[in-house]
Design a protein around this ligand. Sequence first.
Ligand SMILES: [Zn+2]
Length: 140
Amino acid sequence: MLDPMTLIQSIGPIVGKATDIAKTLKNRELLAVVTELQQKLLELQQTLHEVLQERDRLRTQVAEWQRLDQIAEDLEFQPENGFYVRKSESDQGSVIPYCPLCWDDKRKLIHLIVGLTPGTYCCPADGSSYWTEQLRRSME
Ligand SMILES: [Zn+2]
């Protein structure tokens, strides 16, 4: 498919030739029509520019949604611990806890940091804290 902006820009020289012809023929009516055509072409070019900017913005937004969908599919909530882990990381033997508040509310994937007591975690973004089921059982 031909780039639409290139296509519109290729019309400019043709309109220029028509202008030259109208001047050579000293045809004021034709010159007025060609001038109007040239103005409409400029408006079309400007509108196309805006449409292409919007298209690029939407493409970026779709890519971001796809990225978030991939993360959402990979996340697994562990109700016993109260946080998320990523299945892809768990499958590789690496269990990294993620903040459920940040993900559920803002779609931000924030690593929980290990607290002073083993089995406790804290979100550096919102300060929420989590105790693993193992820790809670050891305190009973
Ligand atoms: Zn958080």
